[in-house]
Design a protein. Structure first.
Length: 312
């Protein structure tokens, strides 16, 4: 009998955990010849998420949980779940039921056909604001323009992976992780399931616009060095134009006796070049900061509590 590990990152999902488990088990209990385990990762929640998880784990032997010492982020929670999974397959999904548990049946069917991974992509962002949808579409288009690793537009973290693919993902040791890119980078044969995103039953989304912007920067910096090249190109172009402008001004002064441009034009030029320099320094700083943190070798997360003795 094959085993499937269902990994669920949880941050302030106290209202949803029990409902999620109830709905998910309605599906998994009907699937024959498979054993399921639920790995709930509490990512430093501020509400009663941990207490709810404790109570569920006492009543159900198929639940094991890991609770972080603080909020380390969803990527760290995904990593912890994968490291502690024991299944032949692993499923990543959110606790808010926007990832429909019923798709697990289709995932198993496809992965048994020989695929290494069954991933999902949203074809309709139901219940999401137009601005957020536009931001997401622009992000995917921009990332695919500058990255060597193509990422499917609408791709979500909801997917099933084989043990071989899981082990390959775990071999990547970077501190700053962007799972959507990592899953594509390791390769393997992936089948894409399309689905319509469902509304949250309870609670509110944990992703603010600032959080989404930071996540977008993470994806760009993690899988492309194009911004560095762009800043170099812009610097080179401005240098050439500045030199040509200097030559033109010098010739006009020598030949025609024209006065040099005045105060206003000088200030505009200085501020423009200063802005370009700050942008370039900022881009370099993003890459340098990640190198600095990676070199420190700090763990991606710290587990404070678990109902299993052999935590990683």
């Amino acid at each position: 009998m094959k085993k499937v590990s269902i990994i669920v990152p949880c941050y302030n999902e106290g209202k949803m955990i029990e409902l999620f488990y109830t709905e998910a088990t309605k599906i998994t209990n009907k699937i024959e010849n498979y054993e399921f385990e639920y790995i709930l990762v509490n990512d430093g929640s501020k509400d009663n998420t941990l207490q709810t998880i404790r109570e569920l784990s006492r009543k159900n032997n198929d639940i094991k949980y890991y609770s972080f010492s603080r909020n380390f982020g969803k990527e760290a929670a995904i990593l912890a779940g994968l490291r502690n999974s024991e299944g032949d397959y692993a499923v990543l999904m959110d606790a808010d039921l926007q990832h429909p548990p019923r798709l697990i049946v289709d995932m198993l069917e496809k992965i048994e056909e020989g695929y290494d991974s069954v991933a999902t992509k949203r074809v309709d962002r139901h219940g999401e604001s137009k601005f957020r949808s536009l931001f997401s579409k622009l992000f995917f288009k921009f990332l695919n323009k500058i990255s060597d690793i193509p990422i499917i537009e609408g791709a979500t973290d909801f997917r099933m992976m084989s043990r071989q693919m899981i082990n390959s993902v775990l071999e990547l040791s970077e501190y700053h992780r962007f799972s959507k890119g990592i899953f594509e980078w390791v390769g393997y044969d992936t089948y894409w399931l399309e689905y319509i995103s469902e509304d949250r039953v309870l609670g509110e989304t944990k992703w603010s616009y600032l959080g989404l912007f930071k996540y977008a920067i993470e994806g760009i910096v993690s899988f492309s060095t194009t911004p560095l090249r762009i800043s170099s190109i812009i610097g080179g172009v401005i240098s050439v134009l500045s030199f040509l402008y200097f030559v033109l001004t010098f010739l006009q002064t020598i030949i025609y006796g024209k006065d040099l441009p005045g105060y206003a034009s000088t200030i505009c030029l200085i501020t423009f070049l200063g802005g370009i320099q700050l942008v370039a320094i900022g881009i370099i700083g993003e890459y340098l900061a990640r190198t600095y943190i990676q070199v420190k070798g700090r763990p991606n997360y710290i587990i404070k509590e678990t109902n299993k003795q052999n935590e990683d």
